[in-house]
Design a protein around this ligand. Structure first.
Ligand SMILES: [Zn+2]
Ligand SMILES: [Zn+2]
Length: 235
């Protein structure tokens, strides 16, 4: 799909793509957690999981989702827990157990916004992200996975890494140092990404980004002091 290597190992990615193809047709469509849970014989219950936990996989057939979740966040947490359930059902065998949390986030992003939707430049669903229940963070990381967005950026005070995602994964990755810094305004905020928020510039921006590397220059033109949301807790 792209010259840039996806953060997931190719064998795992092929399996993810095959699963996503069973869920979505080519036309961008909102993920239906309730319908998909029913199709896959998953018992999905809503509970008050407290202040820090958003979702939990109990076994290969049951997941809990926090009662407070709505919209894009609900869809993401559902998709993340679905990755755990699929692992427990024997899928993605090439994945190390210690990588499962990291993988579950990538699986969720692929399920919510498959890369092939982004590659269709004429019908890129940027303007539909809200109705598709896809947040800017998911879109930005999917673009980064394709080499079409910055490899390192931020969502407010949250560091987003092309390889690690929203949390530290690779101990040696450059993003680790950024995650401990209090001032990360040198990183581009996803709200400043023209390819996400300025439709007329989308096509030219697309062509410009593939050369970006993790050691990117400071490109923040207009520092945004706004604090981002706390990192989500998923199990
Ligand atoms: Zn990283
Ligand atoms: Zn998890």
């Amino acid at each position: 799909m792209s010259d840039v290597t996806h953060p997931l190992p190719s064998s795992i990615l092929r399996e993810v793509d095959a699963f996503v193809a069973t869920v979505h047709t080519n036309r961008p469509r909102r993920l239906d957690p309730v319908g998909l849970a029913r199709t896959l014989a998953i018992e999905m219950s809503r509970r008050d999981l407290g202040e820090t936990l958003l979702g939990l996989t109990l076994d290969e057939n049951r997941m809990l989702l926090h009662r407070k979740l709505r919209g894009a966040r609900l869809a993401f947490v559902f998709a993340h827990e679905l990755a755990h359930i699929q692992c427990r059902r024997g899928a993605f065998r090439g994945l190390a157990r210690s990588d499962e949390e990291w993988f579950a986030d990538w699986f969720a992003r692929e399920l919510l916004l498959p890369r092939r939707w982004l590659l269709d430049r004429d019908r890129w669903p940027r303007t539909q992200l809200g109705s598709l229940c896809v947040d800017g963070e998911t879109a930005a990381l999917q673009l980064a996975a394709l080499g079409s967005g910055p490899a390192l950026m931020r969502n407010g005070s949250r560091v987003l890494c092309r390889r690690c995602g929203t949390r530290t994964y690779d101990w040696h990755c450059h993003c680790r140092a950024w995650r401990t810094r209090t001032d990360i305004r040198e990183l581009p905020d996803l709200r400043q990404l023209e390819l996400l928020y300025t439709p007329p510039r989308w096509r030219s921006a697309w062509l410009r980004f593939p050369q970006w590397e993790t050691d990117m220059p400071a490109v923040a033109r207009r520092p945004i002091a706004r604090a981002g949301a706390s990192p989500p807790a998923l199990a």
